[in-house]
Design a protein around this ligand. Structure first.
Ligand SMILES: [Zn+2]
Length: 161
């Protein structure tokens, strides 16, 4: 039954990233099934993203559509730390389809980070002072194919205010 719920979570998209599911973003921390009740603990991705309420509602709605589910409770755990390493390979390839470069792996805070251009695959080194449409993303320009693209900023650790 857990498996079934996890499959449902693969169909719930991040509101800011259509077709990239909350499961593939590595946001699902724990799924507990007690009788017909489902308890889900999720890890928020970027602290700056205001979409948590939406995600909570969307997950609840999707899970409660499953026949045997009586109720679903969704909680965000701020104790668990999400990192961009939690994004699945499927999630990464979906991000690329959106022209969004998945975040770099093994990033250490304070370091410059490089991503591969989602269009031509060439390495791109970020500039620290770039701003994107949300706190989570940066807009970069590929120096090889000259396409602008978005990159998810790497997150290893953050503090909730
Ligand atoms: Zn390129």
């Amino acid at each position: 039954m857990q498996e079934e719920i996890r499959a449902v979570l693969k169909t719930v998209d991040d509101p800011e990233l259509p077709n990239v599911s909350v499961a593939d973003l590595g946001m699902v921390h724990e799924v507990t099934v007690v009788g017909g009740d489902v308890f889900i603990t999720m890890v928020p991705t970027f602290a700056g993203c205001p979409a948590l309420d939406f995600i909570q509602k969307n997950v609840k709605t999707a899970v409660e559509e499953v026949d045997w589910v009586k109720g679903c409770e969704v909680q965000f755990s701020f104790e668990e730390k999400w990192s961009t390493d939690a994004i699945t390979d499927e999630g990464k390839s979906q991000l690329k389809k959106h022209g969004i470069a998945p975040p770099p792996e093994n990033y250490r805070p304070g370091e410059e980070w490089t991503v591969d251009c989602p269009y031509c695959g060439s390495d791109y080194t970020s500039m620290e002072n770039v701003f994107g449409p949300t706190a989570c993303r940066s807009i970069l320009y590929c120096t090889s194919c000259r396409n602008p693209f978005e990159a998810m900023k790497p997150v290893v650790d953050y503090v909730i205010n």
